[in-house]
Design a protein around this ligand. Structure first.
Ligand SMILES: [Zn+2]
Ligand SMILES: [Zn+2]
Length: 476
């Protein structure tokens, strides 16, 4: 067989090559002779690389700078560098019947057939492009299969950590000697792992975002970590009882430590129930998850009920081993367990971006409020004064009761409408719709004049809220 010649003369003329080095990072040197010195250094280094290589054809020593793959000289050069079959295939730039390692092996045997001397060349132990990383693919696939086998999932994403110096070394060799468009190490390795996993597991899909499982591979230690992504469920809740906080509230005495204390009877909780747990616990158990996060569209105070259509929320279930379930059934479970306390409806699967949507939505809210007046005026005067507050804009200084966790500032909030005012002795009840973020208790008692106008102000008598219900959150 005759030796194949390069398909095109891709070797740069010697002069050009010199210029290339001259401009390679030494342009800023002050002394114009500096670069000459550097050029000689570079040259010597490159020659050292091929020290002992007596590769010759027709009695003529070839230039060390071979044309890149897919030329036969390029491929031969890759083999001489010690490239493994996997890498030979990915940087060789030639079509082969088989992909991956087998494809590389056929490129190698073709090259050996062309050039008998290649055989006598002693191959380095480590492939300079991957440091034999591809030999570990099966091992890593096995770890992935073991670690994900028990988990419920449809989509996987792979993240690979490759040491930086290997990435740089590989990039240098590949861009210089590899075929144009060769796949970089990280992408090729990740693809090899994916192919291996698909062959071993049914119904697996690899995605580029929002996976069910994130598989993180450390190529240095060959450690595989599986990050189970959370699932999200949207719904609305009605809180039918007072005295239930929206989210879990750790015990004040023991700060909620796992084993609890006497004060909390070992629960670690200040209140045994919370909307979060009444909804979240059945989900956590059903999905075999670690814990939950609760994201409400705002929140009501602990002593406030939430009625009407209920408050929109997104439940985040973290590290679930099971990802699919009948929402309708779980809704029944929550509503049965929470009878008289909470009720949920409108459940559907959701995602992380809805968490921000729900949290950022600024919706009007309607309330029913009952309060007492210390010295009530005439009934007709009460009704008229309160009804006249319909449509006003309140100026509210941050209430004293929340000032320890909120910045002290003034804000304007609109009272959209007031209806159904009625008086029973010293007690008054009414319905009000107001803008998001209105402190509605303060609208009644004025918070010592921090809310203006207020009902206490217009009735010219101290008022005290007896109870408060959220009747509607005007959203979704
Ligand atoms: Zn390799
Ligand atoms: Zn406690």
């Amino acid at each position: 067989m005759t030796r194949d010649e390069p398909e095109a003369d891709a070797t740069p003329p010697e002069e050009e090559e010199w210029q290339l080095y001259a401009s390679a990072g030494y342009a800023a040197a002050e002394d114009p002779w500096d670069d000459l010195v550097e050029i000689e250094d570079e040259d010597e280094e490159e020659e050292e690389w091929f020290d002992g290589d007596d590769f010759e054809t027709n009695g003529q020593t070839l230039d060390w700078d071979f044309p890149p793959c897919p030329t036969p000289l390029g491929i031969a050069h890759m083999i001489r560098l010690g490239t493994c079959d996997h890498c030979l295939h990915r940087v060789g730039g030639r079509r082969t019947d088989e992909a991956g390692e087998a494809g590389g092996a056929s490129l190698r045997s073709e090259a050996l057939a062309r050039d008998k001397e290649l055989e006598s060349f002693e191959t380095p132990d480590l492939c300079p492009l991957c440091e034999n990383l591809f030999e570990d693919v099966d091992n890593i696939v096995e770890r992935i299969v073991q670690q994900t086998g028990e988990l419920d999932h449809g989509s996987l994403q792979i993240g690979v950590h490759v040491p930086k110096d290997l990435i740089q070394a590989e990039d240098q060799i590949r861009t210089k000697h590899g075929a144009t468009g060769s796949r970089p190490l990280k992408a090729a390795f990740s693809e090899a792992v994916q192919t291996g996993v698909v062959a071993r597991m049914d119904g697996v899909e690899f995605v580029k975002e929002r996976p069910d499982l994130m598989i993180l591979i450390d190529c240095l230690t060959l450690r595989v970590d599986v990050d189970i992504r959370p699932v999200f469920i949207y719904g609305r809740y009605r809180k039918l009882d007072r005295g239930i906080p929206q989210t879990r509230w750790p015990c004040r005495a023991c700060r909620g430590r796992a084993e609890g204390c006497e004060a909390c009877e070992g629960s670690g909780l200040q209140y045994p129930d919370s909307v979060q747990d009444l909804i979240g616990e059945p989900f956590r158990l059903a999905l075999s998850a670690n814990f939950t996060s609760f994201h409400g569209m705002g929140r009501e105070d602990i002593d406030v009920r939430c009625l009407g259509r209920g408050r929109p929320f997104v439940l985040e279930v973290k590290r679930p081993k099971i990802r699919r379930t009948e929402l309708e059934e779980l809704m029944q479970t929550v509503n049965t367990n929470g009878a008289g306390k909470i009720e949920i409806s409108d459940l559907r699967w959701s995602n992380r971006s809805e968490v921000s949507r729900v949290k950022e939505t600024r919706a009007d809210k309607s309330y029913t409020i009952r309060f007492s007046v210390e010295e009530p005026p005439e009934e007709s005067a009460i009704i008229e004064s309160i009804s006249n507050l319909s449509g006003v804009t309140l100026e509210q200084q941050t209430p004293k009761r929340v000032s320890h966790r909120r910045a002290d500032r003034k804000r304007k909030r609109k009272v959209v409408s007031i209806d159904n005012v009625f008086v029973e002795g010293k007690e008054v009840q009414f319905s009000v719709r107001c803008e998001a973020g209105t402190y509605v208790k303060e609208l009644v008692h004025s918070d010592e004049g921090r809310t203006v106008p207020s009902i206490a102000g217009v009735l010219e008598s101290p008022c005290e809220v007896i109870w408060l219900d959220v009747e509607d959150i005007h959203a979704d």
